[in-house]
Design a protein around this ligand. Structure first.
Ligand SMILES: *Cc1c(COP(=O)(O)O)cnc(C)c1O
Length: 492
């Protein structure tokens, strides 16, 4: 299948779209059309192992690879997960199913895609006869960085550099990153927030002089952020797989509608659910849940996307984002694939800090959007634990609460999958704080981990326990305007 840009005429193959990451104009690559899945095909996935479902679904987009090649990649990628199911569903009650997306190495849903992307990139380069070194640039709100570092560690011909907002990530997120081993990994704190990190990275990508300089040194830039289609496509799989498993378990009938609720930041995860729907998955509502950085809630309610607002640091830091990059792919669809209009809005976003889709608002009816403040997030974690004896993290709680609000508003009884995006231990201070007033210092993060385990009985993941005593290997901090220089320093 060919891929096209959301902003201009550029057209490319699926593998080249993955190698490039982003179109030359700054547009995002999207498939020329949505591949289709019949309901019988979807249901036929119910007895397959996860990696085989991956092969079937991903092959619809990336037909330059065979199902067998994709299956080999995904089988290896997910073999590092701590459950064979890869993305298990936990039934909380008749209507509510938690989709646990954090069974990979770094304990957040980013592993679902970033365990796969390095091998996809490697095979893409091989097939395309591309022997350049790749420089992977990542801006992270906390979870992408570690998942990318872990996925790309010691990959041949690849260097990876992660920029994270200094003081914008959780203690354990930071520890995971700064203890990263591997000769090709670089981790740098930026004095700024996530949006500023992301803008800095996008600037580097758009700088053709800088790109030429890198090329002269035998490098080309690539992105592991969710703007890369190679990130998006593995995320489509788990929604489809979940549906098949719900049918298998008798929780829904074949063809029955479901809802999907997603705690949202950069709009990647929920966009994958939208893609699944467009492929034929019977989805009624896509529930977009935000924290206090509720730019998307306002957008879905009013049609106005406005950056003229305060940025909040919350207890769900991976969603502390005001510029949700992947929304561009949805805009492209709701305008009937009108690249001029999308370009215009994206320019307005940059120059005027916002845009309005006004008359297109009715195209968004399949979405429901809501947001939760910090108190509501905390209360939801406590209530969910008390009611179901099930511990959720601060991000998942945002989705659970917005889903509960949706039910209260609509009375909708449709079975709903709620994406659980991180293991609660990753945000141990804020989760523990809900259950006890006891104070733990940053240095005593593992004391907090053990205490949370005593109180809730939730299992401590091996990868958290193993962090204790690891050496800190990355200590560099730069200003926002020094990011490009930092990349140059690495290449030299
Ligand atoms: C990245 C992340 C999100 C937001 O996902 P998007 O695809 O950026 O919308 C939510 N929760 C956690 C734990 C994350 O790491």
């Amino acid at each position: 299948m060919d891929f096209i840009s959301t902003r201009d005429e550029q057209e490319t193959s699926s593998l080249l779209a993955i190698i490039k990451g982003i179109a030359d104009s700054g547009g995002l690559f999207v498939p020329e059309k949505f591949p289709e899945l019949t309901i019988d095909e979807i249901v036929s996935f119910k007895d397959m192992p996860y990696y085989s479902v991956c092969a079937k679904v991903i092959n619809k987009y990336i037909d330059e690879l065979t199902e067998k090649e994709i299956e080999d990649i995904t089988m290896t990628a997910y073999s590092g997960f701590d459950t064979k199911e890869v993305a298990p569903l936990v039934k909380l009650d008749e209507n509510k199913f938690i989709l646990e997306l954090w069974h990979g190495k770094t304990l957040a849903f980013k592993d679902m895609a970033l365990s796969v992307l390095p091998s996809l990139l490697a095979i893409a380069k091989k097939k395309k006869g591309n022997s350049n070194k790749t420089f992977v640039l990542v801006a992270t709100s906390g979870d992408t960085g570690k998942a990318a570092l872990s996925g790309f560690m010691d990959a041949p011909m690849i260097d990876i550099c992660v920029f994270y907002p200094n003081e914008g990530v959780s203690k354990l997120q930071e520890l995971q990153m700064v203890t990263q081993e591997g000769k090709n990994t670089h981790v740098i704190a930026v004095n700024g927030n996530f949006d500023e990190c992301q803008t800095g990275v996008k600037k580097i990508f758009a700088d053709s002089k800088f790109k030429k300089l890198l090329n002269d040194k035998g490098y080309e830039l690539s992105s592991a952020n969710s703007i890369n289609f190679g990130r998006l496509v593995p995320q489509i799989v788990y929604y489809i797989n979940s549906y098949a498993k719900l049918v298998k378990n008798g929780d829904i009938a074949k063809g029955e509608m479901i809802n999907i609720a997603v705690p949202t930041g950069n709009f990647g995860n929920i966009l994958a659910a939208y893609y699944a729907k467009r492929m034929g998955l019977p989805v009624k509502k896509l529930i977009c849940a935000s924290n206090a950085n509720n730019v998307l809630t306002d957008f879905f309610k009013s049609g106005n996307y406005s950056l003229d607002r305060k940025f909040y640091k919350t207890i769900s830091p991976s969603m502390d984002i005001l510029i949700s990059s992947n929304l561009e792919r949805l805009l492209y669809e709701i305008t009937g694939r009108d690249k001029e209009t999308v370009s215009k809005w994206m320019i307005e976003l940059k120059d005027k800090k916002g845009y309005s889709i006004s008359e297109k608002l009715n195209q968004l009816n399949e979405f429901y959007a809501g947001w939760v403040d910090e108190e509501g997030t905390r209360k939801t974690i406590k209530e969910t634990f008390d009611k179901y004896n099930y511990l959720i993290d601060t991000h998942t709680a945002v989705a659970v609460k917005v889903y509960n609000d949706y039910i209260r508003e609509t009375g909708d009884k449709t079975k709903t999958i709620i994406a659980s995006t991180a293991n609660p231990y990753k945000f141990v201070f804020d989760v523990l704080n809900i259950f006890t007033d006891e104070k733990f210092s940053d240095e005593d993060v593992f004391g907090a981990v053990n205490r949370l385990n005593e109180i809730t009985g939730a299992k401590i993941p091996k990868n958290i326990a193993e962090l204790e005593g690891k050496k800190i290997l990355h200590t560099k901090t730069v200003e926002k305007n020094e990011m490009q220089q930092a990349v140059l320093d690495i290449i030299k």
